[in-house]
Design a protein around this ligand. Sequence first.
Ligand code: GDP
Length: 296
Amino acid sequence: MFDKLTRTFSDVLRQVSGKSSISEKNIQDAVEEIKIALLEADVNLRVVRRFVNHTIEEARGEKVLRSVNPGQQFIKIVHDRMVNLLGSETEGLQLKGPDTLSPILFMGLQGSGKTTTCAKLALRLKKEGRKPLLVAADLVRPAAVKQLQLLGEQTGVPVFAVEGEKKPVKVVKQALSFAKKNSFNTMIVDTSGRMHLDDDLMKEIQEINSVLKPVEGLLVADAMTGQQAVEIAKEFNERVGITGVILSKFDSDTRGGAALSLKSVTKKPIKYVGVGEKIDELEQFHPDRMASRILG
Ligand code: GDP
């Protein structure tokens, strides 16, 4: 996904890496090229400005200009800035111990990959030794309940659904007592999306959120939608509150701007990325590894 960005970064960094001395002009030129590459990758303008200003500020310091190996120093600054942009630490889920129920709320727009990702995460947690229950509370998209049930069969994770129920919050209440009674320790709730953000959707998710009291509120955002994904995450965070983002369709041919802007704009970490349609194609997100990959 970051092919073009990686090409620019490697070119720029290769040019400075061999230099025995670096001038202010060299720094300016390198940073200008990085700036253009980030903007072309659809990174949020304010995020790019901050990245560029910090990089210049640090690179102007004594350490780089007077260093015996200024090129390497400069590369380290850019690498650290990139890790920082992507979120610094790998952030896993904050689940309770195995004897207490940990509810997880999924939210996002229709088509973002919510239902698929619920099942992917359930499978992952099952493999990690937890006892997950999937809850079908997307009652808007006609096929969503059936889809989750099929995914449940594929993954061997039970699915809680209430035939004929129209109110998702009622499904969630019943699911909570079912999960407790049957000793499930993780409950993954799929909710409905809409084509666009609207008040109706937000109210529905807020209501579910207050009943469920989730330990994790995860927004599934489609990486292909670039800056729109960032805006959606911001909106859900302000109106419902999220603990992290799962960026789906990370395998697609996008410019990567969403991944690079999300943390800075929302202050919430990317926790996982969806890397394919198959049920096991969900990976934990590691900012440092991703930064190294981007810088080539
Ligand atoms: P929902 O409306 O948010 O529940 O979305 P779905 O779970 O039905 O997913 C919408 C489409 O995106 C489906 O065709 C999924 O197979 C596809 N999808 C979901 N996650 C990924 C991913 O990580 N990579 C790719 N390539 N496709 C994905």
